[in-house]
Design a binder for this molecule. Structure first.
Ligand code: SF4
Length: 310
């Protein structure tokens, strides 16, 4: 902006984003308003979910395919660039800031595979990188760009202070794909399901997950908030089980519940409820109320837990 350009912000979101559905309240939205730029919000959609299953450049520490992810986002940015007739793209990438996607070779691959060779200006690290077309053509004065590298964010924080930018996001990611517990559950879903939708992903972000040997999945709320999320998801193709007359988790199930499965779900609900001696605990399943009997060890009911944090 200091070099005389009008800038449009691009914000890519997906079901893997912790702020999915709340994009207008994200730090990116707040900062855009503060510095006076428009912000376009784009949901990366099903193509992006499908890409996570088998990324060409592999995964980072968990199920985060950062290089493919950046290529995908920048390819989408390329379309916006063409639509606006913009001469180049700007990213906030810093050389060496992240282990996977901000190495010198990765920046090169991302640029090449997104069809943006020479068109990505990275003002924070520009003087450490080859000149972009905008610099070569004299559209941008390279002398005014920076040469930041490495993991420290000291210079960036000083810049934020200088430009009076507040409310920006912390470096710790808002991306579920870098979360170990989530990654485990998503890998398991990829193994079992041919298509994963954004609703499936939403379900993976809540509750305790269990699976029967035959692949039927159960999710139990861990608190009141999660119980409400599960109840709101239930009408979208799940069966809902609720504690009847005692406090405890609700459970939803994908697949068909036979008598044995219903009993196991009831027992699971009781296992994760507060134990009150002598209290009769029944389970509501639609209009049916049933007594599942005493809780049993999870493995003896043919169930296994999915994900690390249960
Ligand atoms: S952390 Fe998540 S959003 Fe960021 S580049 Fe990696 S996969 Fe993409």
């Amino acid at each position: 902006m200091e070099q005389g350009y009008e800038v449009t912000g691009l914000y890519f979101t997906s079901a893997f984003s912790k702020s999915y559905g709340k994009e207008n309240r994200t730090p990116a939205a707040v900062v855009s308003r503060t510095i006076g730029i428009g912000l376009r919000i784009t949901d990366l959609g099903q193509d992006y979910i499908d890409l996570i299953r088998d990324p060409k450049h592999g995964y980072g520490k968990n199920i985060n395919p950062c290089i493919d992810c950046k290529i995908h986002m920048l390819s989408r940015a390329r379309s916006v660039m063409d639509e606006l007739g913009a001469p180049f793209l700007i990213t906030g990438e810093v050389l060496g800031q992240r282990p996977m996607s901000q190495r010198r070779d990765a920046l090169h691959v991302i640029e090449r595979d997104s069809g943006l060779k020479g068109l990505i200006l990275r003002p924070l690290s520009a003087t450490l990188l080859p000149p972009t077309r905008a610099e070569q053509d004299g559209l941008i004065d390279r002398e005014k760009l920076l040469g930041i590298s490495g993991r420290s964010r000291m210079v960036q924080l000083q810049l934020a202070e200088r430009y009076r930018i507040q409310g920006f996001s912390t470096p710790a990611g808002g991306c579920l794909l870098t979360d170990k517990n989530f990654a485990e559950k998503l890998r398991d879903s990829f193994r079992d399901q041919r298509t994963i939708t954004s609703r499936d992903i939403q379900l993976l972000t809540v509750g305790r997950h269990f699976k029967f040997d035959n692949g039927v999945r159960i999710v139990l709320g861990r608190n009141n908030r999660e119980n409400h999320v599960l109840m709101s998801l239930a009408p979208h193709g799940y069966h809902l089980f609720m504690p009847h007359g005692f406090p405890g988790p609700v459970a939803i199930l994908s697949g068909t519940p036979d008598a044995e499965i219903k009993q196991a779900i009831g027992r699971l609900i009781i296992t994760y409820s507060k134990q009150v001696p002598g209290q009769v605990r029944r389970i509501a399943f639609g209009s049916e109320i049933f007594d599942p009997g005493d809780p049993l060890p999870i493995h003896s009911m043919g169930l296994k837990k999915i994900g690390a944090e249960q």
